[in-house]
Write a protein that binds this ligand. Structure first.
Ligand code: NDP
Ligand code: 8X3
Length: 264
């Protein structure tokens, strides 16, 4: 029987890509899920996919789902989150801090101030705010698992990625420090560090330019949201004494941000 049966999982950025795929996979394993993101319609569609996946699994536990519109960079909205959450989903066991994005490839000196602030507000401050919110409960209940979605960009800077890589390096430092602080508790802290995953990520980076987004993955088989979701769910399903601290995951033809083999 899955260790995830009847557990409650909160996922930020559950409306597409990695977050949406993780929601469906947790639903298949019998978990309850709180899906959060800014786009309500997209969230509802993922919630329906969770309902379907849960039904198809034939499990008779879990299967409670709710979608709540939340911009993690909105401090007031994060502070008021519990007032919107159905009471049956308030005891969260697993927090997946997945919401994040990059805009542009501009070099320092030419980067839009609002875009800099937006990336830090979501990728760093939003992730921290969500963690602070949940950790109070985790500590009181002496249980819980924080799974942060970092990136290879949190281990390796690159030209054209100064702000994004700075945010993901911040996620790495925050996550690793927190793991040290919690070493004398049963609370687990995991960082998943993907390489190239074909989601809406590049479409957002290139401000809706579909061709530019497609070119990122030209000549190789990128990872999918499902590939990373499998890692997230696997880390969450380890026995309670096992903590998957970090996992770096590449497509087979990628070995670093800039070391990529493309078929001609
Ligand atoms: P997507 O663009 O497909 O998904 C990003 C998700 O984050 C969406 O659901 C989006 O929903 C949500 N989101 C963005 N900003 C906010 C916000 N302020 N508040 C709440 N939700 C927000 O990309 P991915 O699935 O690829 O990205 C997921 C995570 O994976 C990100 O943290 C990204 O940095 C990381 N990552 C991605 C890689 C890749 O190559 N794709 C590689 C390494 C890491 P909405 O717009 O509805 O709010
Ligand atoms: C996403 C990977 O290389 O586009 O975190 O920065 S990269």
């Amino acid at each position: 029987v899955s260790r995830l049966l009847g557990k409650t999982v909160l996922i930020t950025g559950a409306s597409s890509g990695i977050g949406a795929a993780a929601a469906v996979l947790f639903a298949k394993a019998g978990s309850n899920i709180l899906l959060l993101a800014r786009r309500e319609d997209a969230l509802k569609a993922v919630q329906q996919a969770c309902v379907d996946a849960h039904k198809a699994s034939g499990l008779d536990k879990g299967g409670q789902f709710a979608s709540i519109q939340l911009d993690v960079s909105d401090k007031t909205a994060v502070a008021n989150l519990w007032s919107k959450v159905p009471s049956s989903l308030r005891n969260v066991d697993i927090l997946v801090n997945n919401a994040g994005y990059v805009v542009g490839r501009e070099h320092v000196g030419d980067i839009d101030e609002a875009e800099i602030e937006g990336m830090f507000a979501t990728n760093v401050l939003g992730l921290i705010a969500m963690t602070q919110l949940l950790l109070k409960d985790f500590k009181a209940r002496k249980s819980g698992h924080v799974i942060n979605i970092g990136s290879v960009a949190g281990r390796q800077p690159y030209a054209g990625g100064s702000i994004y890589t700075a945010t993901k390096h911040a996620v790495y430092a925050f996550t690793a420090s927190m793991r040290m602080e919690l070493v004398n508790t049963p609370i687990r802290v995991t960082e998943i560090q993907p390489g190239m995953v074909e989601t809406e990520f590049s479409l957002v980076r290139f401000r809706g330019d579909e061709q530019a987004a497609k070119n990122v993955y030209a000549g190789l088989q990128p990872l999918t949201g499902e590939d990373i979701a499998e890692e997230i769910v696997w880390a969450a399903a380890r026995p309670p004494h096992v903590n998957i601290a970090e996992t770096l995951i590449f497509p087979v033809n990628q070995a670093a941000v800039t070391v990529v083999h493309r078929a001609p």
